[in-house]
Design a protein around this ligand. Structure first.
Ligand SMILES: [Zn+2]
Length: 326
């Protein structure tokens, strides 16, 4: 008998319809619903996980994007720092190094990077590796350039120190007080010999002044030689100062020598008194400048106490072919 409320299936062996037991149908239906809900639930969960972050993930993502922002800001600051350094490098090459006569640092040395690809290997394999490596590279480059720059400044500072010492050492003032330049009596060049009245080269400058007029060291240095002599020939009492840098100054016909050999003197120090000793026709100071042992014209070594006009005047007086005092 066929029950309308039952479900049947055709059995080929018995060639008849057979009833499917209702509990089987129920079990299948439950299974079907369970499976589909499971699939739907998994799908929803998958969607949720994929597109909706957990609070922890949200926090981490916020931190990462903040870090990324910070890195980019550091990159920008590095670029700005490099521009400042570039300006310092240019000034160093074109002003500081030039003043002291040293060659600029080759740009291939200044801008050289670091060799070796493995240097940044530890930063590879992360999503922000490029940013981190790029930043690292820029910092390393900057550090190296700063090191080179600092070395260059060391060199320049050393030279500047020497230059200051050099400028303090090379004779730059007149050996006696000579406000109106009226003590400048005879210059460097062909002059008439005061005794033989013939033309002779005068290797110094004569300052006419009363006996006892103070004589000052014209640059920093060390007293290399002194002589006390009663002879009426030659230079009489004299002082020779070694200023270093191949310069010497020489003060002759002195009445009194107030320094001793080996004594350190500074520009402006009192070293002796004007006199009339040696081959001298009147009280005067015979002053010489020697560079590499050659006697040179002292007229160019008063730049510290002459105005340009006074220098001009001094040149005029010094070039007059008058009689020297010797
Ligand atoms: Zn002279």
């Amino acid at each position: 008998m066929i029950n309308k409320k039952s479900t049947y299936y055709y059995d080929e062996k018995s060639l008849s319809y057979k009833e499917i037991k209702s509990n089987e149908i129920w079990g299948f239906t439950v299974f079907k619903y369970l499976m589909s809900s499971l699939i739907i639930a998994s799908f929803i969960t998958f969607l949720f996980i994929s597109f909706v972050d957990s609070p922890k993930e949200k926090k981490l993502k916020r931190e990462i994007s903040n870090l990324e922002l910070q890195y980019k800001s550091i990159q920008q600051q590095l670029v700005n720092t490099e521009l400042v350094l570039d300006n310092i490098q240019q000034r160093d090459d074109n002003i500081y190094r030039m003043i002291f006569g040293i060659d600029p640092i080759d740009s291939s040395i200044r801008k050289a990077g670091f060799g070796g690809a493995n240097r940044y290997k530890q930063y590879e394999g992360y999503s922000y590796s490029d940013l981190v490596i790029e930043t690292r590279k820029n910092i390393d480059k900057l550090k190296k350039q700063l090191f080179i720059q600092s070395k260059s400044f060391d060199e320049v500072i050393d030279l500047a120190k020497n230059k200051a010492e050099m400028l303090a050492s090379i004779p730059a003032i007149q050996p006696i007080s000579n406000d109106n330049l009226n003590r400048m009596a005879s210059g460097f060049g062909m002059r008439i010999d005061p005794i033989y009245k013939t033309k002779k080269f005068h290797y110094g400058m004569d300052f006419s002044a009363p006996i006892g007029t103070p004589i000052y060291a014209t640059g920093n240095g060390v007293v290399e030689k002194i002589k006390r002599s009663r002879s009426k020939k030659d230079y009489g009492n004299y002082i020779l100062i070694n200023h270093g840098y191949d310069y010497q100054s020489f003060y002759a016909h002195l009445d009194k020598v107030l320094v001793s050999k080996g004594q350190k003197v500074n520009r402006g120090d009192l070293i002796g008194h004007v006199g009339n000793t040696g081959k001298s026709t009147a009280p005067h100071l015979h002053y010489e400048i020697r560079y590499k042992k050659q006697k040179i014209n002292p007229v160019n070594f008063y730049h510290s106490d002459l105005t340009p006009e006074e220098y001009e005047q001094m040149l005029n007086i010094a070039s007059q072919e008058n009689q020297s005092f010797d």
